[in-house]
Design a protein around this ligand. Structure first.
Ligand code: ADP
Ligand code: MG
Length: 951
């Protein structure tokens, strides 16, 4: 490669030292220690270097990426002992000007060439500083979801491994880039939501070996043709939890590393060492590109947004020595071997040249190394290169070629690409957890309400009976007092009466008291006075008594009002209770609504992931040139909606298309000869069928009394959703028949998948279910289930059959035509989405059977058991995927409802599962159902005592 002066835009290659001040010297990119800031600011630093105006982050689209340049730093190793002696009389071959970021390469005593780099690190630069300028910005990019690469290039013995791989266990200040990078990564990830894993590899003679598992000898490189991502599926991947385990791993890798001893440095290697660090971070609260795109769905409340996962990959490459192989004296190698040893490194040089010169052909595929680094150089990564040089004038030639390599690399531009995606799995997990939490919270509240009601009621009752008792006691006491006093006064009066009688022997009646007094007067003043006194005494007594009576009456009144008060408080307690009950009902309502929304969300999820798959497939498929001319304009319209990424936009344009093209035309295309045309027509029909999806979903929930809420049905009825849906139109126009025909006639898996998806959507309504069955749909779906391999196809087929399983009227026919066997057959694929649909189908079927048995329209063993479903459901009853587990738990409970099934269930091992469900299932309703079943069934009771289950 010719390296003439002035070729390099970034580093100036000048004739003498004077020209360092030459204003032809273009200022290189300054090394940016904080890429986070620069990534978020409008443009990347140093962009002025490029020929054309650089696109700024603000204008760059996420799929076009953000251009960035490979940053190059040069590091000079201090003289070693040997050089101190051997070169004692000579100056270093280079002179560094770190402030100016320049390096002078001496040609002779009076002449030197000057080069500029992004950073110039002298022999005194600390490992910390080297990390901070070379690797830290890359690590920060990786944490933000980009790919990042750090490479060291240079002659053997110049400090590549020192710079990258030092473990620094004895002296922490000596820690190299790998260790420091991991420290920064671990400090910034959350143990709960994020993950960090590494692979450590060696590339030698075009063979990739696993440094973490030496038996793993020939690992192949896999490139994703779509994204250009490079991966090594065969390599060991070890999850890193702490710094210590990482250092252990590096040490283990080092121990395995093939070290070819060379004349120059017995420690250095002819192989490339490659460390790959995968960082997966969840960015819930942070800004992200995707998070702003979820706004088109009103159901996706903020908390239900799927978390966004950012995946970053950090690749650290300790390249083999750059010296020519003959000089390194790798004795014992044949020429072929020598070529092979150098192949990757020279291919890297060629690629860098091609990229630096904007050449149309970059020979990426020429070597393993360049294939591995495909997404590092000129790819979607942020890349830093550190070139290491030694000071010895004896190696001037090698040093010069290293510098040239670095200069060329400075011109390579990368496209940064943020890699983030929705984490649907974790959304579904989160929804599950949320649902579970809601249920638990609801149960707790209900318990608390009930306890409160009980407490208030007993309190009120206690108070009432207490005051009733005191009232009665007081009353009785008063009454006795009165009686006593009354009797005493009577007695006294009688006595007086008698005394008076005696005094006036046979005297007048009591009305003659006056006469009596006059007699007394006549009998003497004394007795009159005495009588008067007695009279007044009696008067006071009478007054006292009146007062006492009044007080007693007041007391009674008080008690009465107390009683009334208590009665009032009892009434208010009662109204409180009824209020609480009302609240409880509202809560239950709310919960059901939430469950409904979650169910809808889950189906939206299904729909979204289906659409996402479709989009991915469309992108894969790429061009449409093959379409015959006559159909061009129509197919253009048929396809247009599918190219639209936004769901709403797609729906809108499908509706428009629907009007413009007419359903009949679209349906007629289902039978077109051109496979491509057929596929697109099926997709349009599938999209149309999905449009009525939510209404049908609501109806389905309501009719299957998933949460038989009148409110919901009313909501549906009041909205204009009940106007004729696309589904009805499709069915009326014979679309369902055409879709079923396609399952029979087409051999194309894409057609099968999309058609099955459309049928699954249509199969949500009862009328359609009957139509599908009447047209032999089960046979066709079973056939597809038997031949399909793509999990997405199987998921759609299983989904369709599962819907049919929920129809009470179709049970026998469905089974007779092999529906259950087909469902069961699909578990071979093992994909959790497919298994969940199979489980749903079985649960639906078991529920209908159980209903029929209760109504007396079915007797005898379950058809599911007859068809051999038991072993699979027993095996998967505790599946870790909750949709699978939940459906199977329900299915088991339904089967267990009927004694005829009990014996088979016990011998099939289902009893253990039922016991487990009754104890551990997180849903109380299922738990209770299992418990009730176990305690009511004599067969299960006997089975449990035989098996020694203590229940
Ligand atoms: P390479 O990996 O490029 O072959 P090494 O990293 O093995 O080179 O370094 C060769 C020798 O030089 C080692 O003994 C290392 O400790 C020493 N060395 C390299 N760079 C430095 C430096 N910056 N400061 C001190 N010693 C260094
Ligand atoms: Mg080395």
């Amino acid at each position: 490669m010719a390296t003439t002066a002035g070729v390099y835009r970034n580093g100036n290659h000048s004739r003498n030292s004077q020209s360092t001040s030459n204003n032809k010297v273009e200022k290189p990119l300054s090394f940016n220690p904080n890429p986070k800031k620069s990534l978020k600011s409008k443009s990347l630093p140093g962009s002025g270097l490029r020929k054309s105006a650089p696109p700024s982050l603000g204008t760059a689209k996420d799929d076009t990426g953000v251009p960035g340049r490979v940053r190059v730093a040069v590091r000079l190793r201090p003289r070693n002992e040997e050089e101190m002696v051997a070169d004692a009389d000579f100056a270093d071959c280079v002179e560094l000007l770190p402030e100016a970021k320049r390096l002078k390469l001496r040609k002779n005593n009076w002449d030197s060439d000057t080069y500029e780099f992004d950073e110039v690190l002298t022999e005194f630069a600390s490992q910390k500083r080297v990390y901070e300028v070379v690797a830290k910005p890359v690590v920060e990019s990786v944490m933000d979801g980009y790919n990042g690469t750090v490479m060291a290039y240079g002659q053997t013995g110049t400090g590549k491994t020192y710079t990258l791989g030092r473990l620094g266990e004895e002296d922490t200040s000596a820690r190299g880039i790998m260790v420091r990078a991991m420290e920064d990564i671990l400090a910034d990830v959350s143990q709960e939501t994020d993950s960090v894993s590494v692979s450590y590899l060696q590339l030698y003679m075009e063979t990739i070996q696993d440094l973490l598992d030496p038996t793993n000898g020939n690992i192949s490189i896999v490139e994703d043709p779509k994204s250009g991502d490079v991966s090594l599926p065969g390599a060991s991947v070890v999850e890193i939890r702490n710094q210590k385990s990482f250092v252990e791993l590096l040490r283990l890798g080092e121990a395995h590393r093939f070290a070819a001893n060379t004349k120059l440095n017995t420690e250095s290697s002819r192989s490339h060492a490659i460390l790959m660090v995968h960082v997966k971070r969840s960015v819930k609260g942070r800004d992200s590109i995707l998070s702003s795109e979820t706004g088109n769905n009103p159901h996706m409340a903020k908390s239900l947004k799927p978390p966004i996962i950012r995946k970053g990959k950090l690749v650290v490459v300790d390249l083999a020595g750059s010296e020519r192989i003959d000089k390194s004296g790798s004795g014992g190698h044949t020429l072929e071997e020598a070529k092979s040893i150098n192949l990757s490194l020279s291919a890297l040089g060629k690629c860098i040249n091609a990229l630096a010169e904007n050449s149309s052909h970059v020979p990426i595929r020429d070597s393993k190394l360049t294939r591995l680094l495909r997404d590092s150089f000129g790819g979607s990564a942020r890349t830093s290169l550190v070139i290491t040089i030694g000071p010895s004038p004896r190696h001037r030639g090698e040093t010069a070629s290293t510098i040239m390599f670095g200069q060329r690399a400075m011109k390579v531009e990368n496209m940064l690409k943020l890699k983030e995606e929705f984490d649907y799995k974790s959304l579904s997990r989160r929804l599950d957890i949320q649902l579970e939490k809601l249920i638990a919270e609801h149960e707790k509240q209900q318990k608390a309400f009930e306890n409160e009601i009980e407490r208030v009621t007993t309190n009120a009752k206690l108070q009432i009976s207490e005051s009733e008792r005191t009232y009665a006691v007081e009353l009785e006491k008063e009454r006795l007092n009165y009686q006593k006093e009354y009797m005493e006064s009577i007695k006294k009066l009688e006595e007086k009466w008698r005394m008076n009688q005696q005094k006036h022997a046979g005297g007048e009646n009591i009305a003659g008291l006056k006469d009596e007094s006059s007699n007394w007067i006549s009998n003497g003043e004394d007795s009159r006075v005495a009588n008067m006194e007695e009279l007044s005494e009696m008067k006071t007594k009478l007054q006292k008594e009146t007062l006492l009576r009044k007080a007693a009456e007041e007391e009674v009144n008080k008690l009465k009002s107390q009683l009334a008060e208590l009665k009032k408080s009892e009434a208010s307690a009662k109204s409180d209770i009824s209020k609480l009950q009302k609240k409880l009902e509202d809560e239950a309502c709310q919960k059901e609504k939430l469950e409904g929304e979650i169910a809808i969300l889950q189906s939206q999820l299904l729909q979204i992931s289906f659409e996402a798959d479709e989009t991915a497939r469309r992108i894969d498929k790429g061009s449409y040139e093959k379409v015959p001319g006559s159909l061009d304009s129509l197919m253009l319209q048929v396809r247009q909606p599918q190219n639209n990424d936004s769901g709403n936009g797609e729906k809108a344009s499908i509706a428009k298309l629907f009007e413009q093209v007419g359903l009949q035309r679209i349906l007629s295309l289902l039978e077109a000869e051109d496979v491509d045309v057929r596929i697109h027509a099926v997709k349009v029909v599938a999209n149309l069928a999905a449009e009525g999806f939510f209404l049908v979903l609501y109806q389905h929930f309501a009719s299957a009394s998933f949460y038989g809420q009148h409110q919901l049905i009313q909501n549906c009825a009041s909205s204009d959703l009940l106007s004729k849906t696309n589904q009805e139109k499709i069915v009326e126009a014979g679309g369902l028949t055409s879709l079923l025909m396609l399952l029979r006639s087409s051999k194309d898996e894409t057609i099968h998948r999309v058609a099955a998806g459309a049928i699954a959507n249509l199969a949500m309504s009862e009328t359609n279910q009957e139509l599908i069955m009447a047209q032999g749909g089960i046979r066709l779906l079973s056939m597809t289930a038997g031949s399909a391999e793509d999990p997405q196809t199987l998921r759609m087929v299983a989904g369709a059959i599962a819907n049919l399983c929920g129809n009470d009227k179709l049970q026998v026919k469905l089974r007779g035509e092999g529906g259950i066997k087909a469902l069961l057959g699909m578990v071979r694929c093992g994909h959790p989405d497919v298994l969940a649909q199979v489980a749903r189908g079985i649960a639906n079927f078991a529920k209908c059977e159980s209903r029929a048995s209760t109504q007396g329209t079915k007797n005898g063993r379950s058809l599911l058991i007859e068809d051999g479903v038991l072993p699979w459901i027993v095996q998967n009853a505790n599946n870790e995927a909750s949709p699978i587990r939940r459906h199977i738990e329900l299915a088991l409970c339904h089967l267990a409802q009927h004694e005829v099934n009990a014996k088979d269930m016990i011998s099939g091992g289902a009893l253990w599962e039922l016991v487990r469900i009754s104890r551990d299932c997180s849903r109380e309703d299922i738990r209770t159902l299992a418990h009730r079943t176990l305690t009511c069934s004599p067969t299960f009771q006997a089975g449990m005592s035989r098996l020694g289950i203590d229940y």
